[in-house]
Design a protein around this ligand. Sequence first.
Ligand code: PLP
Length: 451
Amino acid sequence: MQTPDYQRLDRAHHLHPFTDFKALGEEGSRIIERGEGVYIIDSEGNRILDGMAGLWCVNLGYGREELVEAAAAQMRQLPYYNNFFKTTHPPAVKLAETLCRLAPGHLNRVFFTGSGSEANDTVLRMVRRYWALKGQPEKQWVIGRENAYHGSTVAGLSLGGMAPMHAQGGPLVPKIAHVRQPWWFGEGRSEGQDPEAFGRDCAAALEAKILELGEENVAAFIAEPVQGAGGAIIPPASYWPAVKAVLAKYDILLVADEVICGFGRLGEWFGSVHYGLEPDLMPIAKGLSSGYLPIGGVLVGDRVADTLIEEGGEFFHGFTYSGHPTCAAVALKNLELMEAEGVVERVRDDLGPYLAQRWQALGAHPLVGEARSLGLIGALELIDPATGERFDESLAVGNLCRDLCFASGLVMRSVGDTMIISPPLVITHAEIDELVDKARAALDATLARLA
Ligand code: PLP
């Protein structure tokens, strides 16, 4: 089959996630056929540097035979069995042990799921159940953040704060509130306010929301260490210490959504380690298997786990694919390779600083109001060089830049007028140079189109 054949069948039968179905029908999909290292190759033979590691997940890059072999071997041995009703299998046990060894010391249990969304559904049920078992069943409110993404199941989208998602599909899960995000460049800072004062203000907004809802009614706060899909929002240094203090003051659980930040993205095994957080629960997915097979989970801290175990009886919750043996075997091999190759340390000590230095230079481009990065996540804030302000939304400049990027052989994603990258963690210096050069070329081309 050739590209037009795929496009015709795709148009006729395939409803894509997060896609305007009608517009896609008119434009036709790009068909990705292969992957090698940090590159994807489309059905026209174009070799494209995948600056997003798929959807922030292909941490070890494409084409790792060891992961293929791990899947094949496990499928021959036991392709599927479940973990329900007091049964398990070696891959799930070994993966649970490895995850708890890699996670901060107080996280000693894991509940497996098939995805990050299911992990956040599990979180919601666990935190409410925890407080019920503690004799405080009124503690049900969970506070998330505006513009946060925690998944597409009903619980995931309710915990998330994406207004366009909330506007579709009817009532959300009750007793979930949202507070402002620590996006200094983007919104909410007062005139002349520096990032640190702004970070403290965001934490104060959380405290105000807790008091509004009544501290006795608030179960948990959920947030990513660095907000990914919202626009690679790296909080000011003041933010997390102030949030931690607020949560401790009112005895509220912290859920650190590590679906993107986990497994080396910020140069530590978990983003929580980078920021010195001690989360009670950590949803994980994506980089856990480098995206080779779908698997997620929730790492559970002793405080919650002990209560669920000692006082909870049976937890009526689970997925057919919780701890799926083939997915678990691939995840285990993925973690083994990451450890053996020192991937996380390399992001922290070498690749992250190198990207930061190259990426910062893009801040001098006339279209860029801010260039920021941490580990291997980065963002560019686009501005109108004539005014120094944001472009009118209707111009969709971010999407224009994204399309020009793709045409020049780089996947860079746009969230409004914020351009974001999250490349595979095995990227080399030369590939970082290529990524930055292509991003600059796309900025130049965008500027030329706007002239
Ligand atoms: N949480 C975060 C922070 C995410 O970025 C995502 C997906 O992008 C999810 C949860 C949902 O994960 P999944 O798509 O595996 O359901």
